[in-house]
Design a protein around this ligand. Structure first.
Ligand SMILES: Nc1ncnc2c1ncn2[C@@H]1O[C@H](COP(=O)(O)OP(=O)(O)OP(=O)(O)O)[C@@H](O)[C@H]1O
Ligand SMILES: [Mg+2]
Length: 150
């Protein structure tokens, strides 16, 4: 099953993130894939703001993982684009059981380390401000989530 949604501007992508946030559960994993500059970080920031994270969310490209604890639940923002250049060996599975929310940009780079149950969103640039989002739930919990949100 997959859902296709067109986002016509940044605000719509943020609203989608807010809608997913409103149905959050501990250990939720959201994997973001797709073109450079397509809106993955916009989505992650929108989600974090809705969660009540008060820190400034900066792209974790060079850190790989950033942890935020000021929101309603722990928020783990990962960007694994430069995973091969990183010297640290990160155990991602640890984050998926910390009762927080994990959002992973460029998740396909760590495909083997992703949990079986997860939400995947692929972003495609189809115009200056237009993005095609293909949303795929893996597992019952995430299927229910999509039914609630979409
Ligand atoms: N519909 C839209 N949804 C999201 N972002 C949009 C949209 N239209 C335009 N934008 C712009 O596209 C850019 C998306 O940047 P963003 O950093 O979120 O991309 P990214 O996918 O995280 O890139 P990277 O692969 O480098 O991490 C922003 O400048 C944002 O304002
Ligand atoms: Mg990004």
């Amino acid at each position: 099953m997959e859902y296709k949604i067109t986002s016509f501007d940044e605000k719509e992508t943020i609203e989608l993130a807010e809608n997913f946030e409103s149905e959050k559960f501990p250990n939720m994993v959201i994997c973001l894939k797709g073109d450079l500059g397509s809106g993955k970080t916009v989505f992650a920031k929108g989600f974090a703001n809705a969660l009540g994270v008060t820190d400034t969310i900066t792209s974790p490209t060079f850190n790989i993982v950033k942890e935020y604890y000021s929101g309603e639940m722990p928020f783990f923002h990962m960007d694994v684009y430069r995973i091969d250049e990183a010297t640290v060996d990160i155990d991602f599975s640890e984050y998926f059981v910390k009762k927080g929310i994990s959002i992973i940009e460029w998740s396909d780079m760590i495909a083997d380390e992703l949990p079986k149950q997860r939400l995947e969103i692929s972003f495609k640039i189809i115009g200056e401000n237009r993005r095609m989002l293909i949303i795929k739930p893996y597992g019952k919990k995430y299927e229910d989530l999509c039914e609630a949100v979409l």
